[in-house]
Design a protein around this ligand. Structure first.
Ligand code: NAD
Ligand code: KPL
Length: 305
């Protein structure tokens, strides 16, 4: 029997992964916060994935964090701000050869998790797949995309990538995962906060080209200083391309704010500003953007971290 996939976080991405792995006949177990959540999940009869308008339910077995069974492979599918604490609670269950796959967007949470479980192998992921919840234990596969996986400290790909082939999860092993994460972070920093502040879809930023270009200049400077020149390469053109290609969409941060959810600001713009300060860099537009966003979130009564 192959190693079970333990999935932590039954939200959008966790469900998207768990259902596709289960559909391929692979062993999957869903880890839920507490017995109450477990009862609610069991009453629903499984996880439902809606794809091309077709809903299918998969009876993935659930368990709570306190289940004593050891974990060898853990897919961490919670938000960046929850990842460290969630993994810390599971640390006693990790087998000596445990591997963690970290699906969090942005940067900062991966290092925080790795520090909590120094013996485990931590693999980071950067995904362009899109999913959202449209009911309890139910997720809509909204945007087909791709997932890059990599381990900055150890370039050899794990054998279980075969499971992702079997589950038809489009992926590639990346030997420069940090560059990919930084590039995505820079894109998110140049687009997402401005869509919140200007209250617009991504395409609305075509009216704010100068502001976008100035931010891209500062972000590229930061990436160069962090030893990530490839992530800085043609950043502005790429940002303009994404704005054009996703013109009709609302950014993920816009949607978080509109739905009164906590944002991942600390792992995106916050992380960029923290690293800039560590390098004693003066990036006035980036730090002004952070201040404007924090004020905006506070004025709405939302967490600003
Ligand atoms: P989500 O809010 O839909 O799901 C997170 C789930 O984790 C929630 O169900 C929450 O209850 C659960 N959780 C949190 N702490 C837990 C704990 N201690 N124990 C058990 N469960 C716990 O989030 P999401 O949209 O799936 O995003 C997850 C990560 O993936 C984020 O960093 C996000 O930026 C990234 N991402 C999401 C998408 C997407 O389309 N949704 C795309 C790319 C990247
Ligand atoms: O990833 C995104 C998001 O909304 O989080 C894009 C579409 C790239 C905008 O930054």
């Amino acid at each position: 029997m192959s190693t079970p996939w333990h999935v932590l976080g039954a939200g959008s991405l966790g469900t998207l992964w768990a259902t596709r792995l289960a559909r391929a006949g692979l062993p999957v177990r869903l880890i839920l916060r507490d017995p109450m959540r477990l009862r609610s999940y069991e009453a629903a009869g499984g996880l439902t994935l809606v794809e091309n308008g077709q809903a299918s339910t998969y009876a993935v077995p659930g368990e709570t964090v306190d289940n004593p069974a050891p974990i060898r492979r853990l897919l961490v599918a919670c938000k960046a701000y929850d990842a460290e604490e969630a993994v810390a609670r599971l640390a006693p269950r990790l087998a000596p050869d445990a591997e963690l796959i970290l699906l969090q967007n942005g940067l900062g949470s991966q290092d925080a998790v790795a520090a909590r479980v120094p013996l485990a192998r931590c693999i980071s992921a950067s995904s362009t797949e899109g999913a959202f919840r449209d009911g309890a234990w139910r997720v809509v596969f909204a945007g087909h995309g791709f997932t890059w996986l990599g381990d900055a400290g150890h370039p050899v790909a794990p054998a279980w990538l075969d499971d992702l082939d079997a589950a038809k999860i489009p992926h590639e092993w990346s030997t420069d995962i940090l560059t990919r994460l930084w590039r995505k972070l820079a894109l998110n920093c140049a687009i997402n906060p401005l869509t919140v502040l200007h209250d617009c879809r991504n395409g609305g930023l075509q009216q704010h080209q100068c502001e976008v270009a100035t931010l891209c200049g500062e972000l590229a400077e930061l990436l160069e200083r962090c030893g990530q020149p490839a992530a800085a390469d043609n950043l502005q053109q790429e940002v303009e391309r994404v704005i054009h290609a996703t013109a009709a969409n609302y950014s993920s941060m816009y949607q978080d704010v509109a739905n009164r959810r906590r944002t991942e600001i600390s792992y995106l713009l916050g992380h960029a500003c923290t690293v800039a300060a560590r390098h004693q860099m003066n990036l006035p537009h980036l730090s002004q953007l952070q201040q404007r966003l924090i004020s905006h979130l506070r004025s709405r009564g939302l967490p600003s971290d």
